[in-house]
Design a protein around this ligand. Structure first.
Ligand SMILES: *Cc1c(COP(=O)(O)O)cnc(C)c1O
Length: 420
């Protein structure tokens, strides 16, 4: 590696995924495309998304109620086409995955099934600094069950003076909670630090004490490879608008291991959207769930918020997660290398150094004026995001970011740092 534009361009020329970039709309900074490093927050719009959303609008216009059953993508079965790609991205079986609602709604729905505290077993273990929605969901679930969140929630924090959670500390906290632990609820990749937890080991540790393991994969799906089924993960939820590029408000998804999802007696909150499809329109008085994760649906499919996801998942399947991950490791590694060439003393990268312990993100802690720096970058046409205290998150998404993008970011950052 070296810190020249020539090197970056040579890497792009050799990149077999380079053409995917042309499948996306980039926002403009003035009249030129911005440098976009926010795919971990909102993925770019695939060019085909508009046509797929319009297909739903047109079916509605043309067939009205008939659109449920006829047209190119009948709404009744629309979500089924996401099962295979999402199963491939998460290492699930297709019937263990279902597209529905949005992330936090799904988290609550699955906690209704998987968090049923008893006198002895009532605790939820989270990583400290979990995404707020996860914290709020866990707190209010505890309160819903008449528990005090201070008693019911265990938050595992980094050691004093450290920024990352040590996995050994997570595992030790699980062991210590032992028979009082009901559910482990961790973000697969932490949104703030970019730390990719070893879900296989954490799941085994949870199971060893008789607890369940559920994950929020908002920052993991479409980013890092996973084997949810083989790792024996009990349940998971994710949204579709970050690395999956499904667009704002896109339908989220759930994973529910088949040992639960194929059991019609396993408790869940029911609605007609999750009732058996073959008898759904018989309007029967009693709820019989559809087999698989679909049995957690409540309502008819929200076809209007699925077109972007369809367009994006086609690209994911074409590119393949293995190739995307390989490029992602190199892109993020290149960014990390270039950051070592910047003037020292102003910042530190808090994302783990180890490749397996991170995805397509570097979180950089600036010792002073991080927020102002992020604004200067924005003024230079470089889109990133800032989170207190002091962290700018840079996410090079392998589907549409290039080595040149990373190089230009480095150059701009160097110029700004020099003026401070
Ligand atoms: C983005 C994100 C969410 C967002 O939840 P919504 O219900 O889609 O608004 C929740 N949890 C994590 C960890 C996230 O990164």
């Amino acid at each position: 590696m070296d810190d020249t534009l020539d090197y970056a361009l040579s890497q792009d020329r050799a990149d077999e995924l380079k053409d995917f970039r042309a499948q996306f709309h980039f926002p403009l900074a003035g009249n030129t495309p911005a440098l976009y490093f926010c795919g971990n927050s909102l993925g770019l719009q695939p060019k085909k998304a508009e046509a797929y959303v319009h297909r739903v609008m047109n079916a509605w216009k043309t067939y009205a109620v008939g659109g449920y059953m006829i047209g190119d993508a009948p709404w009744m079965y629309y979500a089924d086409r996401f099962k295979a790609p999402l199963a491939a991205l998460t290492g699930a079986l297709p019937h263990e995955v279902s597209v529905m609602n949005t992330l936090t709604v799904n988290l609550h729905l699955l906690l209704c099934s998987f968090y049923r505290p008893t006198q002895e077993r009532y605790k939820i273990l989270l990583e400290a600094g979990a995404f707020p929605s996860d914290q709020y969901a866990a707190q209010t679930q505890a309160i819903h069950h008449g528990l005090d969140p201070k008693e019911a929630l265990i938050e595992v924090a980094p050691r004093p003076g450290e920024k990352l959670i040590r996995e050994e500390d997570l595992l030790e906290a699980i062991r210590q909670a032992g028979p009082s632990l009901a559910v482990v609820l961790i973000g697969g990749v932490n949104y703030y630090t970019g730390q990719n937890f070893d879900l296989k080991t954490i799941t085994a540790a949870a199971h060893a004490v008789g607890a369940l393991a559920g994950y929020d994969l908002a920052h993991a799906v479409g980013n890092v490879p996973m084997q949810l089924h083989d790792w024996d993960v009990d349940f998971a939820v994710w949204c579709s608008y970050k690395y999956l590029n499904g667009g704002p408000g896109a339908a989220g998804a759930v994973y529910i291991h088949e040992r639960f999802s194929l059991d019609p007696a396993f408790p869940r909150f029911g609605g007609w959207g999750g009732s058996r499809l073959d008898t759904r329109f018989d309007m029967l008085p009693d709820f019989t769930p559809e087999r698989g994760a679909d049995g957690w649906n409540l309502s008819v499919a929200a076809a209007l918020v699925m077109g972007g996801l369809e367009a994006s998942l086609e690209l994911f399947m074409e590119a393949g997660l293995d190739r995307l991950r390989a490029k992602s490791l190199r892109l993020t590694g290149y960014m990390e290398y270039l950051f070592t060439k910047l003037p020292g003393g102003a910042f530190e990268v808090i994302t783990p150094r180890r490749e397996e312990a991170r995805g397509a993100q570097l979180s950089v802690y600036f010792y002073y004026e991080g927020a102002a720096l992020q604004k200067s970058l924005a003024a230079a046409g470089i889109i990133t995001d800032y989170r207190d205290p002091g962290v700018i998150r840079f996410s090079p998404a392998p589907l549409y970011n290039s080595f040149e993008d990373v190089y230009l970011l480095y150059e701009a950052l160097g110029a700004i740092l020099k003026t401070r």
